[in-house]
Design a protein around this ligand. Structure first.
Ligand SMILES: [Zn+2]
Length: 212
């Protein structure tokens, strides 16, 4: 074997070692990226399916439950039995914090499936055209949304605003709806961060209807 052949074998060996190393180095990084994904893939189209023809929704109103724990069934029970509301649960969606439903789990109410107006603000004109989303937690008295809740909320609001052509300026906090004073969804709800996230998604997907 001459020198030329030996050099060629050496180069091939070095290239093999190098590519194998890159593979082994990159595998853990790829795995980390997978582990970091905290909210499971949401099939929002399936989740938001309605059993009847859809209402013309114009606003999205964000709430907190003002309780540390809860889920759709518990709030439904309270609204039905204590508040005597015919359709029960006031909201269309409830996003859990891991107490009585999954952390970041989106529960869909009968109100949504039947496309019935909400009962989530004291302003009935608003309730007729506003989708109500409630995050389990008390964000006025020390609590904050969990990362999973926040990610689910961003995904859900982005999906609904796109589906019903709702501009970002019509995504409101409960306390922004004209009515008697309420702190809902609490001073710790990160509204600026939430809107920034939605704007970033809108600019990537060219959702021209989303604007302040
Ligand atoms: Zn509220």
């Amino acid at each position: 074997m001459n020198n030329k052949h030996e050099r060629l074998i050496l180069y091939i060996s070095l290239a093999t070692i190098l590519s194998t190393s890159v593979l082994f180095i990159s595998l853990p990084i790829f795995d980390c990226a997978k582990v970091k994904k905290i909210v499971p893939e949401l099939n929002l189209s399936q989740l938001c399916h309605a059993d009847v023809s859809e209402n013309q929704w114009e606003y999205i109103v964000i709430h907190h439950s003002a309780t540390e724990k809860g889920n759709a069934a518990r709030f439904d029970d309270y609204h039905r039995k204590k508040r005597k509301w015919e359709h029960g649960l006031a909201y269309h969606f409830v996003i859990g914090n891991g107490s009585f439903s999954g952390d970041g789990e989106i529960e869909v109410s009968e109100r949504w499936k039947k496309q019935i107006h909400g009962a989530h603000t004291a302003n009935m004109n608003c309730n007729r055209v506003a989708i109500g989303i409630c995050l389990v937690g008390d964000f006025e008295n020390g609590g904050t949304p969990t990362n999973n809740q926040f990610e689910s909320l961003v995904a859900l609001v982005q999906y609904l605003s796109s589906r019903y052509n709702i501009s970002l300026s019509d995504v409101l906090l409960h306390k922004q709806v004209f009515q008697k004073g309420t702190a809902c969804p609490g001073k710790n709800f990160p509204f600026a961060e939430f809107k920034t996230r939605l704007l970033r998604i809108a600019s990537k997907t060219n959702n021209s209807h989303i604007a302040f």
